[in-house]
Structure formats: structure tokens, C-alpha cells
Design a protein. Structure first.
Length: 221
């Protein structure tokens, strides 16, 4: 209880000036709106001048697959007199690669492509793994035929792994696009690459002990 006379309460009449607390919410909302406008994303019309990069990735994957056919076609004549098992296996791999190319081609044509850049990337990779003299049938620096075959298999393993990683990136993209046919084609291509890699890696495992451990090359060669 207040003691009598200790506190005095006065009523302020309407319309009279008196103690007032300034309202802060309106000003705070306006400041926040200004900051949001300044930091907002580019205007919608700016996106019309941009393009996505999925088509470029798809084209590079396709062109790398197309060049894989050329690699098989050049390696088969080179190895046909050297190793019948490898020669026969490469023919099967060629058929798998052709199936991949055929399944991816309609989507590349439909979605768009950059042939020049795609072929350039594929060419650089192919030249690095399969040097031109060996592919062209010129004198090879490999110490033996068996070593030459092992080198070719190693190059194939690296090349196929590159394609595999490219398809790994396209798989979730196809799902995100809700494109069932594209998704099925990418899945089919992945299955083909996995089969090719399995064969190549098995050949490397089987051939490496005999090729690398048994002395067959004269010293100083």
C-alpha cells in the first residue's frame, strides 16, 4: 500500500502533450527492408543472359565416349597379332561403347552441345594416355609385347575411370531434371562402363605378375 501523499497519479487528458515513448518498430522494419533490397539476388532479367553448364558436361562426356570407339579401333589392329585374348575382349568393349554412344546421342542433340570444346577435352585426354606413335603403329619404346599390352590396359582403365566420374555427375542431374529417358540412358551408360572397367582391371591383375616379375628383357635395354 502506498502511504498517503507519497504518490500522486494524474490523468492526462486526450489531446494534451505529455510524456510519450517513441514507437521504434516502423523505422526498424524500413531499415531492414532497405538492407534486404541492397543485398538481394540479381534481377530476374539478368538470368536471361546466363546459361547453365550441364550441356557442356554432357557434351564432353559424349565426345569422350565417341573417342573411346576410335581408341578401340586403333588398339585392336595394334594388338591383334600380339594377344588374341585382349583382341577379342576389346571387340566386346567396342560394342558396349557403341551402345553407350547411341543412348547418349539423342539427349546431346536435344539438350544442346559444344562440339569444339568437348572434342578438344577428349583429344587431350586420349593423346596423354595413348601417345600417337604407339597408336599409329610406329616403333614403340615398350621393352616387350607383354609390357606394351599392360600399358594399353592401364591407359584404358584411366580413360574409362574418367568417363565413369563424368556419368556419376550426370546421374543426380538427370534425376533433378525429372527426365526419365535421360536418367535411363545415363544409368545404361554407367552399367556399360562398369562392365568395361571390370574386364580391364581383371586383365591387369592376371597379367601383371608374369609381365613385371619374370626376367625377359636383356640388361641395359
Amino acid at each position: 500500500m502506498f502511504k498517503s501523499g507519497a504518490v500522486r497519479i494524474e490523468k492526462i487528458a486526450d489531446g494534451t502533450d505529455g510524456p510519450q515513448i517513441p514507437e521504434q518498430q516502423t523505422a526498424a522494419v524500413e531499415r531492414a527492408a532497405q538492407k534486404h533490397d541492397a543485398a538481394s539476388a540479381p534481377a530476374v532479367e539478368d538470368y536471361s543472359r546466363l546459361e547453365r553448364q550441364m550441356e557442356l558436361w554432357l557434351c564432353e562426356t559424349y565426345e569422350t565416349t565417341a573417342q573411346l570407339l576410335e581408341i578401340y579401333e586403333k588398339l585392336i589392329p595394334q594388338l591383334i597379332h600380339h594377344d588374341q585374348e585382349v583382341e577379342g575382349g576389346l571387340r566386346v568393349l567396342h560394342g558396349l561403347a557403341e551402345g553407350m554412344r547411341a543412348r547418349l546421342e539423342p539427349h546431346v542433340r536435344r539438350l544442346g552441345e559444344d562440339k569444339q570444346r568437348g572434342r578438344h577435352r577428349a583429344h587431350i585426354l586420349g593423346e596423354a594416355l595413348f601417345p600417337h606413335p604407339a597408336v599409329a603403329g610406329e616403333d614403340s619404346e615398350s621393352p616387350s609385347i607383354a609390357y606394351e599390352v599392360l600399358e594399353a590396359l592401364q591407359g584404358l582403365a584411366v580413360y574409362l575411370s574418367h568417363i565413369e566420374s563424368s556419368l556419376t555427375a550426370l546421374q543426380p542431374v538427370a534425376l533433378a531434371m525429372w527426365d526419365d529417358e535421360f536418367d535411363k540412358s545415363v544409368t545404361y551408360a554407367q552399367q556399360c562402363v562398369h562392365r568395361m572397367l571390370a574386364w580391364v582391371r581383371q586383365q591387369i591383375k592376371v597379367r601383371s605378375p608374369q609381365t613385371l616379375l619374370v626376367p625377359i628383357v636383356p640388361k641395359g635395354s
